[in-house]
Design a protein around this ligand. Structure first.
Ligand code: ADP
Length: 303
């Protein structure tokens, strides 16, 4: 069945946060694509136009580490977003017990993640929903950020769909304290959680509720002091908490290099204003010191 006279629909790839994702063939180019069908049903009129205008901006975000939005159009009351088709994602890589990730492989994956983020942050677009299954991997091994900016256009997914529990594990402390001023730091914190997950091969901070998530963060890094994070007490959901000392980060990552640990701790800075930026992270010595990051084409992937 053809969609908009151009795309030949194939099988369903999965049900995502915003709707069903299909595999399809672009008859104009012969390219295999993934089409995300987004329900616009309950939204007020006019939202379509706002969404389409914002999506135009996403179409202009072209970069090797950002998934390309090939086309976007409304069709039968749904918005269709056409993306390049990707073979797998970082979650599948991390979970695959047959895959060994060397320090150089981990460096390569996190470098590509930060490169994609840096381009978006430069254009003032935040991701807001970073997690390993949003980091797609193409046949050439390139990692690309998916779902960029969608959270802002369509609303934060985790509030509208309960199955989105995993996103909590990647939430920055300022979000858990109810900040309304989203800034690029939320994506850096999430990237740090993904970095840690690559090192540990399991999600690092697995909170079972928002409060428990804060508890997990406090247990890992110690409770934040007001000198570490002066603006904390003004956040809407800030509550006083009992002091917890910080264990040495090294004790949580015994096998990790000093350079990696230094970058990780700078990405896990409590105060979002003091947190390292994506650009600064890319300039960290971790990326210029040996072992250099693996060539993407040579990265291990699920078979
Ligand atoms: P979620 O919102 O839960 O992150 P998505 O809507 O991004 O899920 O995707 C739903 C399913 O479609 C997932 O199984 C994902 O792997 C697949 N998928 C999404 N985008 C692509 C793509 N560009 N290429 C191949 N598969 C994709």
């Amino acid at each position: 069945k053809k969609v908009a006279d151009r795309y030949l629909k194939r099988e369903v790839l999965g049900e995502g946060t915003y709707g069903v994702v299909y595999k399809a063939i672009d008859t104009k180019t012969g390219q295999v694509v993934a089409i995300k069908k987004i329900r616009l049903g309950k939204q007020k009129e006019g939202v379509n136009f706002t969404a389409l205008r914002e999506i135009k901006l996403l179409k202009e975000l072209k970069d090797p580490n950002i998934i390309e939005l090939i086309d976007a159009f409304p069709h039968k009351g749904n918005l269709h977003l056409v993306f390049e088709f990707m073979e797998t994602d970082l979650e599948a890589v991390i979970r695959d017990r047959n895959i060994f990730l060397s320090p150089a492989d981990i460096k390569s994956y996190i470098q590509m993640t930060l490169k994609g983020l840096a381009i978006c942050h430069k254009k003032w677009v935040l991701h807001r929903d970073m997690k390993p299954n949003n980091l797609l991997i193409g046949s050439n091994g390139q990692l690309k950020l998916a779902d960029f900016g969608l959270a802002r256009i369509f609303g934060s997914p985790d509030r509208r769909f309960t199955h989105q529990v995993f996103a909590r594990w990647y939430r920055a402390p300022e979000l858990l304290f109810g900040t309304k001023q989203y800034a690029a730091g939320v994506d850096v914190w999430a990237a740090a959680c993904i970095f840690a997950e690559l090192l540990l091969r399991r999600p690092f901070l697995q909170g079972t509720s928002d409060i428990d998530q804060l508890g997990k963060i406090f247990a890992a890094f110690g409770t934040p002091t007001s000198s570490q994070w002066p603006d904390m007490i003004y956040l809407p959901d800030y509550v006083e908490y009992q002091y917890v000392p910080a264990p040495p980060l090294r004790s949580l990552f015994p096998m990790t290099s000093d350079d990696a640990l230094d970058l990780l701790s700078k990405m896990f800075t409590y105060d979002p204003k003091a947190r390292i930026t994506t650009q600064q992270a890319l300039e960290h010595r971790y990326f210029s010191s040996a072992p250099l990051s693996t060539d993407p084409a040579k990265l291990p992937r699920p078979t």
